[in-house]
Design a protein around this ligand. Structure first.
Ligand SMILES: Nc1ncnc2c1ncn2[C@@H]1O[C@H](COP(=O)(O)OP(=O)(O)OP(=O)(O)O)[C@@H](O)[C@H]1O
Ligand SMILES: [Mg+2]
Length: 471
């Protein structure tokens, strides 16, 4: 296939093989951009009716755009080859990240949240994914999660037209087992919902169940229902209760266990009704983890939420808050003018302290950011220039990106006024560039083994680089 052209897609390199086909990196010669091209196994599309329904589903899925979903660009058939062209994602699958132990609690919750948000968009368009698993989620180098392969699972549905409900159920069940034996479903079976395992109708809550399994896998490294044989796995999905994540791994929040358990209820109506409501709970959990709040201290969480709701509902946002605070101070002042000056002075001092407190908030939060990020062994230095934070690393890893992104997100959310903070992770700085940055006044962290070179050493180094460049 390498070197071949399908429509205007030039196949360049093999990316991987899955149960349903082979994925290549290709080049869209019209739009001059890389794409991922999935060429489907011919036996899956040999049935015309099945192929027609797949094309229909994939075209519907291509209308759904969301940063949490790998965009489908095209689906077509050329010379009996059915393919799907989609966004090329430079990164790793969640299953690879799990194997390499690169995910921590916050990173896992962040990925789950991004996927749940993408999935909600698809659910709103009445599209059910049906094959959510850690192999079908990729994380880009800058920490964005993308759900892959929308609509593909339609290909595994048996052709049911003209069959009664009971016989179609049996047909689906038989198909599930035969596909499992044929290897098409092998990687997928441990993520199935009870209704999928039984060959019953699939709905949005089936996706919620499978996403619950992915979250379980991300935080514990284990698949809750995986057993020795496919049949045992299907039985466990249908009848066995999962071991709570909090028992599998220590120090996980009870709230996470509650969320996963609700995803993994056997009866669809006992689960989250859709991805949107799951995303809402994940968002709260993420906030609690980031700010170190436990559910046993609800009052602190409530105060935080109160400030956030003011910030988002106030006209003109932060400026609105500032004006409102100013107005309150003036009203207080007017009310007090009739009396002695003592309370007014006290109020003014309080107002001043409060103002200073809010003004220094960004610095305090950036200090906390530094404290968290410096824990990563690959971090060489952290430099803050105004609102721009640069994290210099030996090697940029997805886990660090996820943490940096979520912490910056948190800092920005909690700023009552002022401009947002931006962060970049750099593993591509030249030695001279890095050394120059180390001389800046706002270097807030440098790893012990990083050496600050003298001016003469640096000049020598630059000379060598320039003359090497000239040759
Ligand atoms: N859009 C994409 N961008 C970059 N790489 C991709 C893309 N889609 C798939 N890949 C790569 O190709 C590999 C194989 O993907 P594929 O979807 O065929 O396998 P799978 O998810 O394990 O199985 P299934 O057929 O059940 O989806 C993936 O593991 C991933 O590394
Ligand atoms: Mg896939």
């Amino acid at each position: 296939m390498i070197g071949k052209t399908l429509k205007h897609f030039e196949i360049e390199e093999l990316l991987g093989k899955g149960g349903m086909g082979v994925v290549y990196r290709a080049r869209d010669t019209r739009l001059k951009r890389p794409v991922a091209l999935k060429v489907l196994k011919s036996d899956l599309v040999s049935n015309r009716d099945r192929q027609r329904r797949f094309l229909q589903e994939a075209r519907a899925a291509s209308a759904v755009t969301h940063p949490g979903i790998a965009q489908i660009y095209d689906v077509d058939e050329v010379d009996d080859t059915t393919f799907i062209a989609m966004e090329f994602i430079e990164g790793e699958t969640v299953s690879q990240l799990i194997t390499k132990r690169e995910l921590d609690l916050l990173g896992s919750v962040e990925i789950a949240l991004q996927v749940a948000e993408g999935l909600s968009r698809a659910h709103e368009a009445n599209i059910v994914h049906r094959d959510i698993k850690s192999d079908n989620i990729m994380v880009t180098r800058d920490g964005h999660a993308k759900l892959l392969d929308f609509g593909l699972a339609k290909l595994l549905d048996p052709v049911l037209e003209g069959k009664g409900e009971e016989s179609s159920r049996e047909l689906r069940q038989a198909e599930t087992l035969s596909q499992t034996r044929a290897g098409t479903l092998l990687g997928t079976i441990a993520y199935m919902s009870p209704e999928q395992a039984r060959g019953q109708k699939v709905s949005q809550t089936s996706d919620v169940f499978s996403l619950g399994i992915v979250i379980y896998e991300m935080v514990t490294g284990k698949l809750p229902f995986e057993r020795e044989t496919p049949l045992d796995t299907l039985h466990a999905i249908g009848f066995e209760e999962v071991r709570p994540v909090t028992l599998v791994r220590q120090n996980l929040p009870p709230e996470l266990n509650r969320i996963i358990s609700r995803c993994l209820r056997k009866r669809p109506k006992d689960r989250y009704p859709d991805a949107r409501s799951l995303a809402a709970d994940l968002k709260n959990l993420k906030r609690d983890i980031e700010s170190g709040i436990h559910r046993s201290e609800p009052i602190i969480g409530k105060i935080g939420q109160f400030f956030e709701s003011i910030k988002s509902s106030m006209p003109f946002g932060v400026i609105g808050i500032a004006v409102a605070v100013g107005a309150l101070v003036v009203v207080g002042f007017l009310l007090l003018t009739e009396k002695e000056t003592g309370p007014i002075i006290a109020l003014a001092i309080f107002g001043f302290i409060f103002y200073r407190y809010i003004r220094n908030r960004k610095n305090r939060m950036l200090k906390r950011f530094t404290k968290e990020i410096r824990k990563f062994p690959e971090v060489q230095a952290i430099i803050v220039r105004g609102d721009q934070v640069t994290v210099v690393v030996d090697q940029a890893k997805a886990k660090l990106y996820l943490r940096v992104n979520s912490l910056v997100d948190l800092v920005n959310k909690k700023l009552y006024f002022g401009s947002n903070v931006e962060a970049s992770v750099r593993d591509d700085l030249s030695s001279a560039e890095f050394q120059r940055m180390l001389r800046e006044p706002r270097v807030v962290y440098v790893r012990d083994d990083v050496i600050l070179k003298s001016d003469s050493e640096l000049a020598k180094e630059e000379d060598t680089t320039t003359s090497a460049g000239e040759q």
